[in-house]
Design a protein around this ligand. Sequence first.
Ligand code: 26A
Length: 357
Amino acid sequence: MSSVTPIVVSIGNPLLDITVPVADGPKYLEKYGLKANDAILAEDKHLPIYQEIVKNPGVTYVAGGAAQNAARGASYLLPAGSVAYIGSVGDDDLAKTLTDVNTKEGVVSKYQVQAAPAQTGACAVILSNHDRSLVTTLRAAEQFTKDHLAKPEVAATLAGAKLIYIEGYFLTHGIESALEVAKHASATGRTVVLNLSAPFIPQFFKVQLEDLLPHVDILIGNESEAAAYAEAAGLGDASLEQIATTLAGFSKSNASRPRLVVVTQGADSTLVASSSPSASPANLSPTDANPKTYPVPKLAADKIIDTNGAGDMFAGGLLGALALGKSLDVAIETGHKLGQICVGQNGATLEFPKVQI
Ligand code: 26A
């Protein structure tokens, strides 16, 4: 038995990513009414995709699920056993593959396992040029129930964590569980990190998002997710800076900690807004611009393989660095580094043997 106990716990929808490069991208996307760069839940009209893409000779299977990717990202920086992941899977080969990848990368899987015929969720990743369109069928992932959190080994893992990470995607079905975890973690002084995950979360799950937000210390999102929130919240055409500042100032249950809002913009600079800058290294300082801009190191176009998972690995890098007690500036830089390593690989994966961060 490892003597390491998890200090980061991540919660989300465990998925296996089925990735295919499509030669005639626009035509394929149009057939299913997909955008080149988006993440959606599959409707009935999308279901044939899963049978179709497995016949593509270029198909690859990679561990996925946004928060599970971030867990592996954080684990890249920490001793094995420092990160645990919670989600719901089927009793099948897909789940076995995901468990094996987690174990190999030091992540402790605390899955709720649903009996057959429930199947582990899958995400079709349609790659065209440098874009990726994600179509997810959640299957067992959306059968997660709150009682899993009360199981002694899960409760003990949650109680021991310093940082809790929740993907916004989980709010499509698991708001009750997310609220329970976040409320308790926030009340006991742990850091709660939430990722907006995709534009459709602020767009269609704004109520759930705003229920959870008071218990969130660090909110992460990209520019389209921030814009989707602004639109849903009636902020008109507010700038990204204004959106980040508004979200940072949203009511907070643990007033003794600031809220940080981190907005990534792909290859462009990352913005961080703080509700209350202070001398703490894990916050913006009162002498920093607020929001502060962090440039993203450039990656040569010929090094870009696939952007899928880059945002998750950014979040993982940030989590891992914070778990190591690094400053906010270093945590953002670490996030950029992991995001960049991921962009140079197929799927939400990093480079092995590990590169020095
Ligand atoms: C509820 N939905 C739509 C999802 C997802 C998801 N993870 C959880 N829930 N849709 C896509 N993903 C994952 O996002 C990663 C890229 O950021 C994919 O599995 C992919 O690995």
